[in-house]
Design a protein. Structure first.
Length: 364
């Protein structure tokens, strides 16, 4: 197989960094970007926080109230509502720069991309490191953004490497350095290994990737099933044959249907919503995607429209959760609804990849 050179680019604390660019006076303070719920007050969750805030235990997904409590002694801490349109605009400008450096460019999300640069660098990792530094400099000079880049022979390793020296990191792992690089890392550094899997290995006194490599693939298959077992076995050895694929930014998946009759009856609309949710969740699963934003849309009989949306605390692709949120949005949208609904739709967006799930059976 051809020796590949792959970049994984990850923008550091992206949303909070965008806010620091918009208002330079907050740089150096604890900056926290929040997703406020419709309940008002401090109801909601943290989207992201800069590294100053993370030192105090503020991280994505925790309640806003808890984050404020952790930062109660930081009197100049800044809590801001998420502005996704602004972040998308900054991301688009950054991705335009990044794509110029790639033989193959794969968009992952607003703050993340893979690049295959094998041809541009002639397979030379020293040239690749120089190219990556040029890329970082251009992004910093033009957008005032910092990013971390992992340079390795494959996507899996590059993702791990990009997280190795955050923020503003640059980590190169040549093929012959793979074993040494992975050996001391915690098993949680492998994408797709979460707390439950970590707890199982902890009971076996397995904490590092080097310790993980000592477990036979057949034992892993018995523990986790063949698909996940093989993935863990190969990932612990830095094996990943998934290629970088051209993928333009995906804005959203949506499904809309014209009702058999104009209606504002909850149960009738719920039946239609459920069918749309099934289609959308299947589409997300087939594309190896998790989503964080769920929305519904009415087209009324007078052709006026109404939309409702909600951000999930964490990305997911659970059908029951999708149906639950969509039905809750439906109930909210029907409050005060006087006009009959003619068409109804559901959309999902704010995508991220499901880690460690694609093509993993190719390795065994």
């Amino acid at each position: 197989m051809e020796r590949r050179v792959v970049f994984h680019i990850d923008f550091d604390y992206f949303y909070a960094q965008c806010e620091e660019i918009r208002d330079s006076k907050i740089k150096g303070k604890c900056v926290v970007v929040c997703i406020f719920s419709e309940r008002g007050g401090d109801s909601g969750a943290i989207a992201t926080a800069n590294y100053n805030a993370r030192k105090f235990g503020v991280k994505s997904g925790i309640p806003i109230i808890l984050a404020k409590n952790k930062l109660k002694e930081q009197t100049d801490a800044v809590f801001l509502p998420a502005d996704f349109d602004y972040y998308s605009d900054i991301s688009s400008k950054a991705m335009e720069i990044i794509e110029k450096y790639a033989d193959v460019f794969e968009y992952v999300g607003r703050d993340e991309a893979y690049l295959d640069v094998t041809k541009k660098t002639e397979g030379d990792f020293d040239k690749a490191e120089h190219l990556a530094q040029q890329l970082k400099n251009e992004i910093r000079n033009n957008l005032k953004l910092t990013c971390s880049i992992g340079i390795t022979p494959n996507k899996l390793l590059s993702k791990i490497a990009s997280d190795f020296k955050k923020p503003d990191g640059l980590t190169t792992v040549k093929p012959e350095q793979t074993e040494q690089f992975l050996s001391t890392l915690n098993i949680r550094e492998i994408p797709g290994i979460g707390k439950k899997t970590e707890d199982i290995f902890s009971e076996m006194n397995v904490k590092t990737i080097e310790e993980l490599t000592k477990i036979d693939v057949f034992d892993l298959n018995k523990m986790f099933g063949r698909k996940m077992g093989v993935y863990i076995f190969n990932s612990s050895r830095g094996i990943d044959n998934e290629v970088v694929r051209p993928r333009p930014p995906t804005i959203q998946f949506s499904k809309i249907t014209t009702l058999k009759k104009n209606s504002k009856e909850l149960e009738f609309l719920q039946e239609n919503i459920e069918g749309l949710c099934i289609q959308l969740n299947r589409l997300a699963t087939e594309n190896n995607k998790m989503y964080r934003s769920i929305g519904i849309q009415f087209v009324n009989e007078d052709l006026s429209t109404k939309t409702k949306s909600r951000m999930l605390r964490n990305p997911g692709n659970n059908l029951e959760e999708l149906k639950k949120v969509a039905n809750h949005l439906l109930e909210e949208a029907l409050v005060g609804q006087e006009i009959l609904v003619r068409r109804i739709g559901v959309r999902i967006s704010e995508f991220s990849d499901v880690e460690g799930q694609s093509n993993i059976t190719n390795y065994f």
